[in-house]
Design a protein around this ligand. Structure first.
Ligand SMILES: Nc1ncnc2c1ncn2[C@@H]1O[C@H](COP(=O)(O)OP(=O)(O)OP(=O)(O)O)[C@@H](O)[C@H]1O
Length: 306
């Protein structure tokens, strides 16, 4: 499996007058966990549907292992659709065995795989329940099991984390990281940027159907604005007003986040903070993915308007 990659190359798509994708291009390599982020309506679901072949592109090509993807190779994709796709009245295990059989597993292989995945995803006790009787979060775990039971060579997941509790988020994160470590390219969309930042090797930011930034989080941050975080629990409100060369960008509780002007001495900020009492945090912090996302999206707003 090593060296295999999923390539989305110049894919365009219109729905009538709406341009959903304009030459969307990115690649996800073997063993890579790729986060696909963008505003509502940016084109993530459309891209994933085209990769899976449930929607045809107007132009461009999806390649797997260097070759245009075919019906046969598409069988090796594990897909989790945004609208979910389980039969509500079918029992969990029955349904998963059925789906695994559709992907070519024998009944014995399918049963083994269903047992393994329902255990790993924490829904083994619900195997004989109808899907509709499960909570939404547990239905989502079953939906992930459905994407995994046929041991796919590629994973494409549309918002797999939405609506999950923190424990389920951890379970899902572990499974995706493990699959990537096995050499599977994993691409998933999410609006939970802290999670994307924590999990993904690379991130693609999409706006208006176009990829506007695509790289590792570290590379995307490089050259970005650095912030100074100061926690001075006894400081009065407005303690930092008038400090030369700094701008307060955020104030939460006793914590203040500053943007420093070029060449400004951060020790002057520290002295001012210490003059108010104890300082429990004083650190420099790069941009978070959320801040980066806002900048990239608003920059491209300007570019479009220009
Ligand atoms: N079946 C459809 N018919 C018409 N327009 C559509 C259809 N599906 C999507 N669109 C439009 O295509 C664009 C891209 O939508 P898409 O669902 O791919 O975005 P998304 O990035 O997945 O959004 P979200 O984060 O809200 O799920 C949007 O303008 C959307 O309104």
């Amino acid at each position: 499996m090593a060296g295999r990659r999923l390539e989305i190359d110049g894919v365009s798509k219109r729905y009538g007058d709406i341009v959903a994708l304009r030459e969307m291009t990115f690649q996800v390599g073997a063993g890579e966990l790729f986060g696909f982020v963008g505003s509502n309506g940016a084109g993530k679901t459309t891209t994933m549907r085209i990769a899976l072949g449930v929607l045809a592109a107007d132009a461009g090509v999806v390649r797997w292992d260097g070759e245009p993807i075919t019906l046969e190779t598409r069988r090796h994709i594990g897909y989790m659709p945004e609208e979910r796709g389980l039969y509500p009245k079918m029992k969990v295990a029955e349904q998963l065995v059925y789906l695994a059989r559709l992907h070519g597993l024998t009944t014995a292989q399918a049963k083994r795989s269903v047992q393994e995945w329902t255990e790993r995803l924490g829904v083994a006790a619900r195997r004989d329940d109808e899907v509709q009787k499960l909570s939404l979060g547990n239905q989502q775990r079953v939906q992930l099991a459905a994407a995994l039971v046929h041991n796919p060579s590629i994973l494409v997941l549309d918002e797999p984390f939405s609506g999950l509790d923190p424990v389920a988020v951890d379970v899902m994160s572990k499974v995706l990281s493990d699959k990537a470590a096995e050499g599977v390219p994993v691409v998933f969309s999410s609006h939970q940027l802290d999670l994307v930042e924590r999990l993904c090797h690379r991130v693609g930011i999409v706006r208006n159907g176009q990829m506007v930034a695509c790289d590792t989080v570290e590379a995307l941050r490089a050259g970005g604005i650095e912030h100074l975080v100061v926690d001075a629990p006894r400081a009065p409100r407005g303690w930092a007003d008038g400090l030369p060369g700094v701008t307060v960008v955020e104030q939460t509780g006793t914590k203040t986040v500053f943007e420093l002007g070029e060449g400004v001495d951060d020790q002057a900020v520290l002295r001012a903070a210490l003059a108010t009492g104890p300082v429990t945090e004083f650190s420099r912090r790069g941009q978070s993915l959320t801040e980066l996302f806002r900048n990239v999206v608003s920059e491209s707003h300007e570019a479009v308007a220009a």
